[in-house]
Design a protein around this ligand. Structure first.
Ligand code: GRF
Length: 203
């Protein structure tokens, strides 16, 4: 089973996937890592693990559609069973999403459907929520709006700041993302427009 990972930054989630793979806990092989930011540290992590690392800078394309067209081509060359968005900070065009619908998982730093979009930790703190966390979900055309597959929850304390929440959420992301990827590659997860199912049961 072949996995392509898209990143934009540090790639700590990518690292968690690489580590899971090296312990035979991923259920597949990461065949390429693609970043829209050529300086992303995650590209170094890929190279260190012996994985093909591709920089595809969005700034070299004059439209979102042209960029996504190029991205589709690079991805298709690798014939992936699954595309993993691990901190890929770009909004995808409908054409892109349609092309790979049901085969894309994203990780998001909130308990979706709460706090779609950016600055999730600051917004959660400002609202005084008692629970926060992260979600793995199928990618659809609605930003952070696709069916949720797996979540990790944590309690927010009075001492928490954006920084502490970020750290705690990240640690949980690293736990749940490889699990969700493995479920998908084992054929246990299915996408439908209303919800995701696991072993035929709605999640
Ligand atoms: C994570 O917080 C993830 O939820 C969000 O982007 C961040 C990526 O972090 N989509 P990293 O690059 O994996 O360290």
């Amino acid at each position: 089973r072949r996995i392509v990972v898209l990143i934009s930054g540090s790639g700590s989630n990518l690292q968690a996937l690489i580590d899971a793979q090296s312990h035979d806990r991923l259920g597949g092989e990461i065949v390429a890592v693609i970043s829209n930011e050529p300086d992303a540290y995650g590209l170094k992590r890929a190279l260190e693990a012996g994985i093909e690392a591709v920089a595809l800078p969005h700034r070299e394309y004059d439209s979102r559609d042209a960029y996504d067209g190029a991205l589709i081509k690079v991805i298709e060359r690798h014939e992936p069973d699954l595309i993993v968005l691990a901190g890929f900070m770009r909004i995808l065009t409908p054409r892109f999403v349609q092309r790979f619908l049901g085969k894309m998982l994203n990780i998001h730093p909130s308990l979706l459907p709460a706090y779609q979009g950016l600055n999730t930790h600051a917004r959660a703190l400002a609202d005084g929520v008692k629970q926060h966390g992260c979600s793995v979900h199928f990618v659809t055309e609605e930003l952070d709006g696709g069916p949720v597959v797996l979540q990790a929850e944590l309690n927010v304390t009075n001492e928490d700041t954006v920084e502490t929440l970020k750290e705690k959420v990240h640690a949980r992301e690293h736990l749940i993302f490889p699990i969700a990827v493995q479920w998908f590659l084992q054929g246990r997860l299915q996408y439908s427009a209303e919800n995701a199912t696991m072993d035929g049961h709605p999640l």
